[in-house]
Each structure stands twice: as C-alpha cells, then as structure tokens.
Design a protein around this ligand. Structure first.
Ligand SMILES: Cc1ncc(COP(=O)(O)O)c(C=O)c1O
Length: 474
C-alpha cells in the first residue's frame, strides 16, 4: 500500500522528516484516503530498513499535525481529508512564500482545540481583577524616577542585577532552586525562554520530549525549532520518563511540580529516574514551574532543578499566573556554563524586558509584598476551584471524573472513553466557553475530557456551564 510512496534519501533530511513529509503530502493530496491503516512502526521500520525510533518519531509528528490518529494498541490511521486541510491551512501559510522554518514557526497548535482564546473558564488565564494594581502602581512610580546606568542603554540585557539577585534568593527560599544571580536570565515569557533555549540547544530533526497530555506552548516551541517531538505519557505520578531510554533526545519538557493540565505531581522516584535518563541521553530538562508559587494544598514540592547536579536542568518561571500574562515578565535559571551563550543569544534575538517592570517586580519581591499577594490569590483560587469541582460533581455525578486540584488555575474533567471531547469543546466554545478537549493536548495516547479553568469561576457561570454539559453528555 505504501509502495513507492516513501523513497528515502540517506544523505537528505533526517529520516523521520522524510517519512513525515511523504505520508503527510500523500494524505493531503488524497493519495492516502481517510481510514487507511498504516503499518505498525515495527513493520514499517523493517520494510524501510531503518530504526523503529525513526518511524515512531515520524508517526509522532504526523499525529501532532492531525494527519493520523493513534489509539492505544491499534495501528495508526489516516484522518479525514477535510480535517487535514483545515489544520494545514491554519498552520502553515502555504503559498505565502514562507520558509520551512517560517512555516514551522507559524503553526498554531492552539487552534486545533476548536476553542477560542478569551472565552469563559479558559484554562491557565488568571483573573485580572486580582492583579495588585495599587501596589504595582506605587512600585512603578518609585522606580520610574531611578537611574539605571548601563541597563538604561544597551547593557545588562539579561536582566537588572537587582532583580536577578532578588529572584535567585526568592526561588532558593520558596522553590528549592539552587541559583546564583549569574544563572538568572530575565525574558518576556516562558514561551520566549522555551524558544530561545530550544533554538540554541538543538538542530532541526533532533528529538525532544513533551508531556502527554501537555502544554501547547512547549509543543509549539519544539515545532518551531523543527524538532521531532515525542511523548512522555503522564499518569497520576506525573510524567513517566521510561520512553527516554535510547532516544538520544536533546530536550525534555516537564511540569513536575504541578503537571499542566492534569495537576499531577511527579513523585521523587520519577524525578530521580528522569534526571538519570536525561544524563544518560545527554538531554537537558526544561522544568516549567509556571504556577507552583501559589499551590494551596500543603507546601509545593521543591523544584526538580534543586535536586539535580546543576548541569542538566533549565528552570523556567513566569509572572503570567501570579500577576498577568500581559506584563511580559518571566525568568530562567540556567546551568552556569550556558549562561554566557544564552545571554548573548537573548541579546541577538532582542528578547529583553522593560527595565521599569523589572525594577518594580524586584521591589515586590524584596518588600515581601509578592509573598503576601501569592497567599491571597491562592486562597481565592482555591475557593473558585472548589466551587467548580463541587458544582460539577453534584450536577453531573458519574458522567464525569473531576478531582480538586492542589493549586493553579485549571483542572481536567475526565469523560467516558469514546466520547467525542473535541465536538463537546466546540459546542461549548459556541456558547462562549473556552474549555478545550483533553485529547487535543495529547501527543501520544489519547485521553478524553475537557480542560477547565476556574480563575473566573462564579456560581452563575459554573451553573450555566453545568446546564450546557448536562445537555451534551448526560
Ligand atoms: C504550563 C504553562 N507554562 C507556561 C505558560 C505561559 O507562560 P508565559 O506567558 O510566561 O509564556 C502557561 C500558560 O498558560 C502554561 O500553562
């Protein structure tokens, strides 16, 4: 069935990319029709005389692009052509003269959820009303009068020394990170940091692992750098690192302290196994600690970076959850030997943050006001999370599975296997709810459910959401 379709050039592009392109192009052109079952990775690898890893990596890319569907225990199947065309147009910008790199950078994985940004109960979006506006205004007023010397011009692009010192201390005390100020780099967002690091540490065709289900931003950064993205399956103990063995991966992205979006916490054994496996493969672990500063159930578990030997973890944090995404203020703690080249690359890419915002944030940290603010929002978000979970449990009973998260701004509402969660998410999106399908977050085995935010949960809103769900799933 695939005879003549895949002709590998040994000296051409990486093998996974060649397979990916051959099957993707054939599916889009209709030469491989909807429902066609592809050979298992073992069969295809034997047929082409290549390693199974290369085929798995190609299947992974095809799955992430929506070209094939992969269900546990079943062979991959070509997806409907109409769906493919939609995904392709949204992603690539064909015919606009984009380079391959440009196409990869312009992909919009988020759109595949069928939702739209800015809807109600959107996961990961904080409540703007909880932003400490008066406090921030006072800090900004003070710092706007200060003189910054070199940082006011083209120096200290990687961050104000004052903020780097304050963050190294704050993260050491509150997140168990092991950092000196020299290891801190201030960036506009975790997304910018992921993109910077991915581009600096990999070449197109290299392998990178993301969690499944997992955060779109990481998949986007990897896709933008033309990595072959593979999946680490996540269960209730967090990401399982066993797939790393023998993968020669360059990067592994994880959210170990509070998995996005399920909320699982990676246990200590898994953490040690992950660090060992990364060391063996020569991979760097990207630890995204996006919302662990305001966990409410017990103390947040210390960062993975703190138990590593220092060379294999890049830690990323952000103010996008604790303050506002629009502030554009995030940070990385990088291994000592990478600090200088990453700083230079940051300067070359122009990923610098406004000095007044940096200084105001340093004031918040130094004065202790940040910690007070974090405690306050943790209490509020806990109440809203409880409202959501209790209401949905009471209204939908056994039709759903939902647990009270340990912190953060979102949770997962599991649905019965076989439910078309994308269809339900699309129907809810029409009613103004941005609660994407869990299956669209899965780079590996599909799981069914909705990812539901609660930062803006009110009784009325959650009640209307439950009314709609009753009509859709019960
Ligand atoms: C897991 C995770 N990391 C990072 C971010 C965003 O951080 P930033 O805005 O700094 O890129 C989000 C936002 O939803 C997220 O869910």
């Amino acid at each position: 069935m695939l005879e003549g379709l895949i002709v590998l050039e040994r000296s051409g592009a990486p093998l996974p990319e060649q397979i990916y392109r051959a099957i993707g192009d054939a599916a889009r052109a209709g030469r491989l029709r909807e429902g066609v079952v592809l050979p298992s990775s073992r069969q295809m690898a034997a047929g082409l005389g290549i390693s199974r890893n290369s085929v798995n990596a190609a299947y992974e890319l095809l799955r992430a692009d929506g070209v094939i569907a992969v269900r546990a225990g079943a062979a991959p199947q070509i997806v409907a052509r109409a769906k493919l065309e939609a995904a392709h147009i949204e992603g690539a910008g064909d015919g606009l003269g984009l380079s391959k790199r440009g196409e990869a950078l312009a992909r919009d994985l988020r759109k595949w959820t069928g939702g739209r940004n800015g809807g109600q109960l959107e996961p990961g979006a904080p409540d703007e009303a909880l932003f400490p506006a008066d406090l921030w205004a006072r800090c900004l007023r003070r710092v706007a009068r200060q003189k910054f010397g070199p940082a006011a011009n083209y120096d200290q692009v990687e961050g104000l020394p004052r903020l780097k010192v304050a963050l190294a201390d704050h993260l050491t005390r509150h997140r168990g990170v092991s950092a000196t100020a020299d290891q801190v780099i201030i960036v506009p967002s975790i997304q910018a940091g992921l993109s910077l690091v991915t581009n600096c540490l990999t070449d197109p065709g290299d392998a990178g692992f993301v969690e499944s289900p997992g955060y779109f931003g990481a998949r986007t950064a990897f896709a933008g750098a033309q990595l072959v993205t593979r999946a680490l399956e996540v269960d209730d103990q967090g990401a399982n690192p066993s797939a790393l063995a023998g993968s020669a991966a360059r990067l592994v992205y994880v959210t170990p302290s509070h998995h996005y979006p399920t909320g699982a916490r990676m246990n200590l054994q898994r953490r040690m196994d992950l660090l060992d496996a990364a060391r063996r493969e020569g991979a760097i672990v990207l630890e995204d600690d996006y919302d662990s500063e305001f966990m409410w159930q017990g103390r947040a578990i210390a960062a993975l970076q703190g138990i590593s030997r220092g060379g294999e973890v890049i830690y990323l944090g952000t103010t996008a959850k604790s303050l506002l995404p629009g502030l554009r203020l995030a940070y990385m703690v990088v291994p000592e030997d990478l600090a200088v080249p990453l700083r230079q690359a940051q300067r070359n890419l122009g990923l610098r943050v406004n000095i007044h915002a940096q200084a105001a944030y340093a004031e918040l940290i130094e004065s202790g006001a940040l910690v007070t603010h974090l405690r306050r929002i943790a209490r509020t978000y806990e109440e809203r999370g409880r409202l959501l979970v209790q209401t949905l449990r009471a209204r939908l009973g056994d039709a759903i599975e939902i647990a009270m998260p340990m912190g953060g701004l979102q949770t997962v509402m599991g649905l019965a296997d076989g439910t078309d969660d994308a269809k339900i998410a699309a129907r809810l999106a029409k009613e103004g709810f941005e609660t994407p399908a869990l299956s669209s977050y899965c780079a590996g085995v599909k799981r069914t459910g909705l990812v539901v935010g609660f930062a803006d949960a009110t009784e009325k809103r959650v009640g209307r959401f439950a009314d709609l769900l009753e009509g859709l799933i019960v």
